[in-house]
Design a protein around this ligand. Structure first.
Ligand code: FAD
Length: 353
């Protein structure tokens, strides 16, 4: 069996390693820098997973729910690959080196068949798949091509047009918000607080974290998490964020509690420090986002992640319409997909005798 993998990111590289361990023939086709998002992840420290893994971290997506059952198998494979992890106080897992480069080195050291190529065409001839009219003889194709978040060339999915599948438009997620209020005066200020997303006057999600004010909006991990809930809203109506700068604590004076620039701003604008309301104009764009909501709809896929319309073509990782909050969940989803496909390919080989 010969497998073509499109994409040398977290999912494609992990799958390549699993196929290598089992002597399954494969070629990876990748456009641009290998493992670019692995390197960028976790601020260069690679937040590779989380001990609090459950489907709620993926907006209760049923596919994530099924794949999570294999989490221990993925962790065991990390051990086999001699990837040693450490956990922070919020269950986030990092390599002990705290370096994304060490994960990329491990993922690439046994893989010598990555072709630098932008895949633009996949054809089927004589029951085999041909990539860009040039590379042929593939029995299976795994599309692990990620999303358009944080990429320069976004015109990378034309080959999907020939496939019978439902593709949900990408939207930037894990990203900051542009707000209607003028916040330039406090640009650069950071504060630890409680943030809540409201839509249609209903509370959607709330959490504690650090907010970073920008020239025209807000960011920070807790805000990026709110964006993830925002992109899952069906009807957007007067969306806004309420910030409790004091996390419900009582103080006689705020002078030593709130950043002086921010204190001056809230006093000047008569803002309640327990309820600073910022109206959402939009999110920032794909360039600033860590993941995309959208991609191949899970209704187009079988449980083994192959296409219902062609069970020799699989989808893996972020290109599937499953996205998680910050904390290692998105990289881990990419690994869970790769593991599922690897199991299926092994089973196929057994069947072929
Ligand atoms: C700045 C940043 C920080 C992040 N931090 C974290 C974190 O700490 N923890 C976490 O869990 N997640 C994090 N993420 C998200 C995580 O990196 C992604 O969800 C994950 O890398 C997706 O893996 P993937 O293999 O599905 O896709 P990708 O890693 O995006 O890989 C896809 C590959 O396919 C290639 N490709 C695309 N189209 C084609 C084509 N037509 N032909 C050939 N090749 C193609 C791309 O060039 C790319 O190399 C972060 C993302 C960013 C941008």
């Amino acid at each position: 069996m010969k497998v073509a993998i499109i994409g040398a990111g977290a999912s494609g590289l992990f799958l390549g390693n699993l196929l290598k361990l089992n002597n399954i023939d494969f070629t990876i086709f990748n456009n641009g820098k290998v493992g670019r998002k692995i390197l960028a992840s976790g601020n260069g420290r690679c937040n590779i997973g989380n001990t609090n893994l459950d489907s709620s971290k993926y907006h209760n997506n049923p596919l994530a729910n099924k794949l999570i059952k294999n989490k221990d198998k993925v962790f065991n494979l990390f051990k086999e690959m001699k990837i040693y992890l450490k956990e922070d106080s919020e269950g986030r897992l990092y390599p002990i080196s705290e370096s994304s480069q060490s994960i990329l080195n491990i993922f690439t050291k046994n893989i010598n068949n990555i072709v630098d190529l932008k895949v633009e065409k996949i054809d089927k001839r004589n029951n085999k798949y041909v990539i860009n009219d040039k590379y042929d003889g593939f029995d299976k194709v795994v599309i692990a091509a990620g999303s358009i978040s944080s990429v320069e060339d976004t015109n990378i999915y034309n080959y999907l047009n020939n496939l019978d599948l439902k593709f949900n438009e990408f939207k930037p997620s894990l990203v900051g918000f542009i707000v209607k209020e003028r916040v330039k005066a406090i640009s650069g200020v950071r504060c630890k607080c409680n943030v809540s997303l409201y839509n249609d006057n209903k509370l959607i999600h709330s959490e504690d974290g650090e907010v970073i004010f920008k020239d025209d909006g807000i960011s920070g991990i807790c805000i990026m998490n709110l964006s993830s809930y925002y992109q899952h809203l069906n009807n957007i109506n007067k969306p806004h964020i309420r910030i409790d700068l004091l996390k419900n604590n009582k103080y006689e004076s705020l002078e030593s509690v709130i950043n002086p620039k921010l204190l001056e701003y809230i006093n000047k604008n008569d803002i309640d420090p327990y309820n600073m309301v910022l109206s959402i104009k939009d999110t920032y764009g794909f360039k600033n986002s860590q993941v995309s909501k959208g991609g191949v709809d899970i209704s187009s896929l079988n449980d083994n992640l192959s296409l219902k319309s062609d069970n020799n073509i699989y989808f893996s990782g972020e290109i599937i319409d499953v996205d998680g909050v910050c904390g290692g969940y998105n990289l881990f989803f990419a690994f869970l997909c790769a593991y599922k496909i690897y199991e299926d390919l092994k089973w196929n080989i057994k069947l072929m005798g």
